[in-house]
Design a protein around this ligand. Structure first.
Ligand code: 5AD
Ligand code: SF4
Length: 442
């Protein structure tokens, strides 16, 4: 079949979409570049906030029209990922033209489901998550990895056991599970042999990684990073996402001792108020967060931080919000993501009293983002006139331009020849906007 995959949401979804692509190619399906050219439409969905859910349902409307235009011909619509998991019954009853619904830990069954649909064994295949992550990676591993980029993701861990009270992830991706060191090393070497220079390890909470080593004993993230760093041809390592409660000194030491581990850390704090952190079930307070930041800076003084923030969590007062602004000023972020709290199905926070009004959420978000943008601009401006090590990843927007990232994960655009893609090059930063830098070759 001719397939088109649309991926929503986080990098873990992008990773799953790539693996599904490898899987379908191995069964001789053909990848096409638009839904109109396809007869197999796959939506890999995200459920983290309500808006992400809504996107799927508007895209499904268009998919239904395409299916109607192709009446009498083979045409399959599949919904996979977190919305497939959390809104399965809704999709089944309100969108009966959807043929396949697969939760995040069942996506490896895609080919079987397609065959069942084509053989008319069933109209809608339901394969709800029973959280068999291991199975998923075993299937994925059998497929050849194709056409890899300079910078790639590698999922080392699935699911989450933390149950932050706002978050739907533990209900959609299931319990935490770490892949073995061996499995990860094999996949990383495979990526590097296909031209990948930078690997970002992925997981909902990579700092609690505990995959087994050769002796069957669990290994920490810092040990895994050490092992990956010895792969020849790999220029850079990153990891995301981290939970402040699980960062220990070993990670600080890894940032000091592993030259290819980049000095940048996404360390979501969510709120600067101890009361809100408690209600979020984050298991740390602001003092502990400051300690973690200080510890990391003591090992790697130039390390840059990014974070996620939620404004308008139930019960958030003006004082709580002020605490968040104060925390931002004290830490100083190089970049950040921020969101209005969005009630999610099954989560405890959705049922809490004192939900914050939409207009209050909006105005707090504006104030918070102004401060974060200001910090990011300041951070970027510091680099003007300095040299930066840039890994060129792809062609830039303007002709003759390449786009890459420096060590601190800032986007950098430079006029340079295409042959430099994949190389780490020293460039002089000549200008800075709020979200990117402009560099020149020496
Ligand atoms: N509402 C708003 N933001 C959320 N996030 C997770 N759940 C919600 C929610 N219900 C944010 C958190 C998390 C990021 C991936 O998404 O900040 O770190
Ligand atoms: Fe969600 Fe918290 Fe797990 Fe992150 S750590 S995925 S926010 S439950």
């Amino acid at each position: 079949m001719k397939f088109f995959i649309k991926s929503y949401g986080c990098q873990m979804n992008l990773y799953d979409s790539q693996r599904i692509e490898d899987l379908l190619l191995s069964y001789n399906h053909e990848k096409v570049n638009s839904p109109e050219q396809a007869n197999l439409l796959i939506f890999n969905t995200c459920s983290i906030r309500e808006k992400a859910d809504e996107k799927l349902f508007s895209d499904l409307g268009r998919a239904k029209l395409l299916k109607n235009q192709n009446k009498g011909k083979e045409f399959v619509i599949a919904v996979m990922g977190c919305v497939a998991q959390s809104r399965c019954e809704d999709i089944k009853s309100k969108h009966p033209y959807v043929d396949i619904i697969l939760g995040p830990q069942e996506v490896q069954n895609m080919q079987e489901c397609i065959m069942k649909v084509l053989n008319n064994q069933i109209t809608t295949t339901l394969a709800l998550t029973d959280f068999k992550s291991k199975n998923k990676f075993e299937v994925f591993n059998k497929n050849e990895i194709r056409d890899r980029l300079v910078s790639e993701y590698l999922t080392i861990q699935e699911g989450c056991d933390n149950f932050c009270t706002y978050c739907v992830v533990p209900y959609t991706r299931g319990r935490e599970f770490s892949r073995s060191v061996q499995e990860i090393i094999v996949e990383a070497k495979n990526l590097v042999s296909r031209g990948c220079k930078e690997i970002t390890l992925l997981g909902q909470n990579v700092n609690s990684y505990n995959g087994v080593g050769d002796d069957g004993m669990p290994r920490r993230l810092s040990i895994l990073l050490e092992e990956l760093a010895s792969i020849s041809g790999l220029s850079r390592l990153r990891y995301t996402t981290s939970h402040p409660k699980d960062i220990d000194e070993n990670i600080g030491k890894a940032h000091r001792d592993i030259p290819i581990l980049m000095p940048f850390l996404h360390l979501p704090v969510q709120s600067g108020s101890n009361e809100i952190l408690r209600r979020m079930n984050r298991k740390y307070d602001r003092e502990k967060y400051f300690d973690v930041i200080d510890m990391l800076r003591s090992y790697r003084p130039d390390i840059a931080f990014s974070s996620d923030f939620i404004v308008g969590f139930p019960g958030e007062t003006e004082n709580d919000f002020e605490d968040t602004l104060d925390l931002i000023k004290r830490v100083g972020y190089s970049q950040a993501y921020s969101f209005k709290y969005s009630p999610r199905p099954h989560t405890p926070a959705a049922k809490m009293d004192s939900q914050v009004e939409e207009s209050v959420k909006s105005s707090r978000l504006r104030i918070l983002q102004d401060l974060l943008n200001f910090q990011q601009r300041d951070f970027n401006k510091m680099f003007i006139g300095k040299m930066a090590q840039v890994l060129f990843v792809k062609e830039g927007r303007d002709s003759g331009q390449l786009s890459g990232r420096d060590e601190y994960f800032q986007a950098v655009s430079v006029m340079a020849d295409k042959s430099q893609i994949g190389s780490v090059v020293e460039v002089k930063i000549v200008d800075a906007a709020s979200h990117s830098l402009i560099g020149e070759l020496k």
